[in-house]
Design a protein around this ligand. Structure first.
Ligand code: 6R9
Length: 658
């Protein structure tokens, strides 16, 4: 797609100027606009006094056990506090208060398992389960402030676990089920988790897929902080059992009392840690706290998805292992009293119409998914969704990476019946909640653009020196003012928080994304400007994968690039220099792919590994990934005049021909 170039391709800024102009606009229907929850006056209201606006949202959308008197404290930037003297319980807000208000019988979760089993939880039932889990965790010795590693599939117990932690003030750290034992262990160690909650496994494409062995392997070597492992029985496969450490969910949570009173926690009490890839090898534990996070997730969920909780059925397809599964599966929908769908499996199991079958079955009205999924559906063909009744859909959302205008148009026409507004939502693990997105009853939506900063959010595009660029120009996406759901730091590393986000420009949050204002004043996201790749909406660090490759004895050197990929947005392509006899090993590529899978997880396995004799380096020894990206994307390599050795690119070309 020529419209969406990656700023990382060319940091001089030329690539940012090359965007085609997008002239298609779609106004909300008169009916949609008339019934919309949020109207256009919200922008002016919010931007007059941002802290006051957020204070109003915090009071309206949440129930505080102790009301706050202060909104924002920004006296020690970049360390913000929001609603600091208030006290609140996240689980009470997500559950109990809806039951107390007479909505206990409303469905909170329609769960659809991969094999086709289903479960329904009303708000009353979910409240009861969370109270039991809270009691069970406390019986296991878990207390306020303790960390809990969560390694679960997309099953209701994941949401129950997170809310039970929040209820007692324990800090959850979800590790995506696709990560390896090694990755799990390093996250357990970094957070010093006392408890692990996992399952025997899950199902993938009709077959059992194990999780518990990774936990066993992660804890096989001593020196860790884990006292107990709670195991949900999900796929019924045999598991290894460590007496005294392992306990079944059914035997602990299942037998616990359903009486549990939620107490308020300080607004700035940590809610969770979530690890994400950064520009250096080691993943960062992004820390979120309670009051501000809940305020902005709840507000954006209501405003961006135009949520009418009494009638809508919301389905966010993200896994709970990612921030989207925290903010828009676990917290915001329940805080807002919505009915949502939760699905365990992949879109192609047992057939490529599974998503649309689910939409039809539960009459999903708001669907929130990722461009990589949409491009996959396009590839499978529109006759598949055409077999299902998708008329319940009235709003579509996109998140995780730039959505190509073509995919956007397809999504609107084929899934949205040419009528449902599409909200392309830009945000990050670090921002906690949506930051840039249209308001569906207000904004004329535009294919490919995330468009407008949310009310109360001071997003801007600046040049190298931090000056705002005029419309029609590109640069770096920044946030100029603190926002309620901003990260409060990196777990255990204050300096890295400042260095990573607040030192590139004075007094501004640097998101790491290239962006452009178009002539209408809409924001276009252009991809990462650092060495973070985006594969199917998942953040992967080039450095981390390079380190994994180099940790294999056969690899002397490795360079990893994200190459444009039609379906996954970017694909991992690795260039490796082998040591000695490994050059003769016919299976080396498979061996190395599996090695990366073991070190980081299957999602990080390179799509392509190219064995090369040399890597292109500058005189200062920096690998010129730009040139490798040209090779990976099948182009003639660009300017290589700054290479220490000018013949390297020819050597690489020759070796790839051979
Ligand atoms: C929510 C989430 C964050 C990175 C972000 C950016 C990319 C996310 C996007 C988007 C263009 C969108 N990104 N949403 N790019 N348009 N609508 O994805 O968080 O996993 O931390 O990734 O994803 O590059 O910086 P996270």
């Amino acid at each position: 797609m020529s419209e969406v170039t990656t700023a990382a391709d060319d940091q001089s800024g030329d690539a940012l100027e090359n965007l085609l102009t997008e002239n298609r606009h779609f106004a909300p229907s008169a009916e949609f606009a008339a019934n919309a929850i949020v109207h256009g006056d919200e922008y002016a209201k919010a931007n007059t006094d941002r802290p006051a606006f957020w204070g109003e949202q915090a009071r309206e959308l949440l129930t505080w056990s102790k009301p706050f008197t202060k909104t924002l404290d920004w006296s020690n930037p970049p360390f913000a506090t929001w609603f600091e003297d208030g006290e609140i319980n996240a689980a009470y807000n997500a559950l109990d208060r809806h039951v107390e208000a007479g909505n206990g019988d409303r469905v909170a979760i329609h769960f659809e398992g991969e094999p086709g089993d289903t479960r329904t939880y009303t708000y009353a039932q979910l409240t009861e389960e969370v109270k039991k889990a809270a009691n069970a965790f406390e019986t296991l010795g878990l207390a306020k402030g303790d960390r809990v590693a969560v390694y679960l599939p997309m099953i209701p117990e994941a949401v129950i676990t997170l809310l039970a932690c929040a209820r007692i003030g324990a800090i959850h750290s979800v590790v995506f089920g696709g990560f390896s034992a090694e990755a799990l262990r390093s996250r357990i160690d970094d957070a010093e988790a006392k408890l692990v909650v996992t399952a025997d496994g899950t199902f993938r494409r009709g077959k059992p897929s194990a999780l518990k062995p990774a936990v066993d392997n992660a804890l096989a070597t001593p020196g860790h902080s884990v006292q107990n492992v709670v195991v949900v029985k999900r796929n019924g496969e045999d598991v290894n059992w460590v007496e005294g450490r392992d306990v079944w969910w059914a035997d602990t949570v299942g037998t616990a009392s359903a009486e549990h009173t939620a107490v308020g926690h300080a607004a700035e009490h940590p809610l969770f840690i979530l690890y994400t890839s950064g520009t250096t090898g080691k993943p960062k534990g992004i820390l979120h706290t309670t009051g501000g996070y809940l305020t902005q997730t709840a507000y954006t969920h209501r405003a961006v998805f135009d949520l009418h909780p009494e009638t809508d059925v919301f389905w966010c397809t993200a896994d709970v292992g990612w921030i989207t599964g925290h903010s828009y599966v676990t917290y915001a929908p329940l805080i807002n009293g919505a009915t949502q769908v939760m699905y365990e499996g992949t879109p192609d199991s047992p057939h490529q119409g599974r998503f649309w079958e689910i939409v039809e079955k539960y009459k999903v009205s708001i669907l929130y998914t990722a461009p990589t999924a949409i491009r996959t559906f396009m590839k499978w063909g529109e006759d598949i969704p055409a077999k299902y009744d998708l008329s319940s859909i009235r709003l579509l959302g996109s998140v995780g990476e730039p959505i190509n205008p073509e995919a956007w148009m397809w999504y609107r026409r084929v899934i949205g019946g040419n009528n449902a507004p599409i909200v392309d939502t830009w945000w990050q693990t670090e921002t906690g909640a949506i930051m840039v997105a249209p308001l569906p009853g207000v904004t004329n939506t535009k294919p490919g653009s995330a468009q407008v900063p949310m009310p109360g959010i001071a997003a801007d595009v600046v040049d190298e020196l931090g000056a705002s660029v005029p419309h029609g120009h590109g640069g770096y996406l920044v946030i100029r003012e603190p926002w309620p759901s901003m990260l409060r730091g990196i777990w255990g590393d204050k300096d890295r928080y400042k260095d990573t986000y607040w030192s590139r420009f004075d007094d501004m949050y640097f998101a790491g994304d290239g962006a452009k204002w178009d002539d209408d004043g809409d924001i276009w996201l252009l991809g990462r400007v650092d060495d973070v790749m985006n594969v199917s909406g998942h953040r992967l660090s080039t450095t981390e994968i390079e380190s994994a490759l180099v940790s294999h004895p056969s690899v002397a050197e490795a360079a990893v690039v994200g190459a444009a990929d039609e379906t996954t947005g970017q694909a991992v392509v690795a260039f490796v220099i082998l040591r000695g006899s490994a050059v003769e090993d016919a299976d080396i590529v498979t061996t190395l792919r599996n090695h990366v899978g073991k070190e980081i997880g299957p999602i990080a396995k390179p799509k392509t590994i190219l064995v090369v004799p040399e890597l292109p380096k500058t005189r200062s020894g920096k690998i010129m990934r730009r040139l490798l990206k040209d090779v990976a994307e099948g182009r003639a390599a660009g300017d290589s005049s700054t290479l220490a050795d000018n013949t390297v690119m020819n050597q690489i070309a020759e070796s790839l021909k051979a």
